[in-house]
Design a binder for this molecule. Structure first.
Ligand code: SAH
Length: 364
C-alpha cells in the first residue's frame, strides 16, 4: 500500500526503525517491533534482523525457536525480552460449522475478539477487530453495548490474524469485528499494508465502515492498493437510519454514498453495501425500492445480512429477504444474502461482545 502524506503514529519517536531488506523498507511494528527494535539495537545486531524476524512471524512461525537463520543466543534474548504476541488468548470457542471465535486480552487487559471462518471450498477468512469495544451505538449490534476500551495498535490487529496463521494458511481478512475501523484509520491501514506478507492480498482484504467520513475520506484519497470497501447502510430512509445508527446524525448517508460513488468512478471497484434484515423495521419491498434508488446502478453490490440475535429485534423471514432481494435484482443491483457463520458460539456479525460462553469454549 502506498500512503500519501502518512503521519507518524502518535507518541513514537520521529525516527522509527526502518530496515531495508531488498528494496522494501520495513517500518517498525509487530511482535511489538518497538520492543524488538530496542532489543536488537541494544545487542548491536545488524538491521536486517528485524526483517528476518518479521518474515518468520508473518509466515506463521510458532515462536523464536523456529527462526533457524537467527543466531541461537539472539533467539534466547528475544524469548526473554520481547513477547511473541501483543495478545494473550483467554478462551476459544468452536462452532459446529468450523468457525472459531477467540477472545484475547491486550497486555493492558482490554478484551478483543476475532473469528476464523472456514468454508467448504477451502477459503479461510479472518474477521478482525480494530478497537476493543465500539464507541458507536448501533441499536442492533452487541459490540456497541459493551464498554468502549481503546483503539488497537497495528500489531494488535495483525496478531489476531497471526494467531490463526500459525495453525493454517489464511487467505481473506475482513475488518468487521469489534469497533469502527475508520476511527482507527492509521493502525488499520498500517495493519492492512502488512497483510500481504501473511498471505492475504489487498483484493482479499475488506474494510467495513458505518460511513465515518474523516476516515473514509482518507481511505479513498490515500489507499492505492485494491483493498475492498464495505459500507454498513441498513436503512436508506434517513430518519430510520438515524434511529438504528446514531452516526447518521453526524455524517448523513447521502454524503457518504457520494464519496463511495466517487471511489467507484476512480477505481471501478464496487463498494459492498451491508444491510442487516430486521423484521418489520427495514425489510419491506418499498424500503428495498428506496435503497435501489439511493444506490443507483453500477457502483454498489448489496449483501443482505440475516439478523443475528442480540436480544433487540426479530430477524426477517426468508420470504421477506427473498422479496427484498427481488426488488434489488429488478433494479439490476447485484445482491447476495450473507451466509451466517458461528451463530451457535455468538461469533456471527454483531454478536462480538467479549462474553465467553460456557459449554462450548475452553481455555487453552
Ligand atoms: N463498525 C464497522 C465494522 C463492523 S462490521 C461497521 O459497522 O461496518 C460488522 C457488520 O455486522 C456491520 O455491517 C454491522 O452492521 C453488522 N451487524 C451488526 N450487528 C448485527 C447483527 N446483530 N446481525 C447481523 N449483522 C450485524
Amino acid at each position: 500500500m502506498t500512503l500519501r502524506g502518512r503521519r507518524e503514529p502518535r507518541g513514537r519517536a520521529p525516527e522509527p526503525l526502518y530496515v531495508t531488506a531488498g528494496s522494501s523498507p520495513l517500518p517498525s511494528l509487530i511482535v511489538d517491533l518497538d520492543l524488538l527494535d530496542t532489543a536488537l539495537t541494544a545487542r548491536g545486531e545488524p538491521r536486517f534482523r528485524a526483517r528476518q524476524v518479521w518474515d518468520w512471524v508473518a509466515g506463521g512461525a510458532a515462536g523464536y525457536d523456529a527462526m533457524t537463520n537467527v543466531p541461537r543466543a539472539l533467539r534466547e534474548t528475544l524469548t526473554a525480552d520481547v513477547p511473541f504476541s501483543t495478545l494473550a488468548v483467554v478462551t476459544e470457542a468452536h462452532s459446529k460449522d468450523g468457525t472459531v471465535k477467540t477472545l484475547f486480552h491486550t497486555a493492558d487487559g482490554h478484551p478483543v475478539e476475532a473469528v476464523l471462518m472456514r468454508y467448504r471450498d477451502g477459503r479461510r477468512s479472518v474477521c478482525v477487530s480494530s478497537q476493543s469495544g465500539c464507541p458507536l451505538t448501533c441499536t442492533f449490534c452487541a459490540t456497541g453495548q459493551m464498554r468502549f476500551g481503546r483503539n488497537l495498535t497495528a500489531s494488535e490487529i495483525l496478531d489476531q490474524v497471526l494467531h490463526y496463521r500459525r495453525v493454517e494458511a489464511v487467505d481473506h481478512v475482513v475488518f468487521m469485528g469489534m469497533g469502527e475501523p475508520m476511527l482507527n484509520v492509521d493502525s488499520v491501514l498500517e495493519a492492512a499494508g502488512r497483510l500481504p506478507d501473511t498471505g492475504v492480498t489487498p483484493r482479499r482484504t475488506t474494510i467495513s465502515t458505518v460511513g465515518w467520513m474523516p476516515g473514509l475520506t482518507r481511505f479513498v484519497e490515500e489507499v492505492t492498493t485494491p483493498i475492498r470497501l464495505a459500507l454498513s447502510l441498513h436503512a436508506a430512509d434517513p430518519s430510520l437510519r438515524r434511529e438504528l445508527m446514531p452516526v447518521e446524525e453526524r455524517y448523513p448517508l447521502t454524503d457518504v454514498l457520494a464519496v463511495c460513488r466517487a471511489h467507484w468512478e476512480q477505481t471501478r471497484r464496487r463498494v459492498f453495501i451491508e444491510y442487516v434484515m430486521l423484521a418489520g423495521v427495514n425489510d419491506s419491498p418499498s424500503q428495498a425500492g428506496m435503497l435501489a434508488r439511493a444506490l443507483g446502478p453500477g457502483a454498489f453490490k448489496v449483501n443482505l445480512i440475516p439478523y443475528n440475535p442480540t436480544g433487540m429485534y426479530e430477524g426477517s423471514s426468508r420470504a421477506a429477504i427473498d422479496a427484498f432481494k427481488t426488488v434489488l435484482d429488478r433494479a439490476r443491483i447485484p445482491t447476495t444474502v450473507r451466509l451466517t457463520r458461528g451463530r451457535d458460539i455468538a461469533a456471527a456479525c454483531g454478536q462480538l461482545a467479549a462474553v465467553p460462553r460456557a459449554g462450548n469454549s475452553h481455555t487453552p
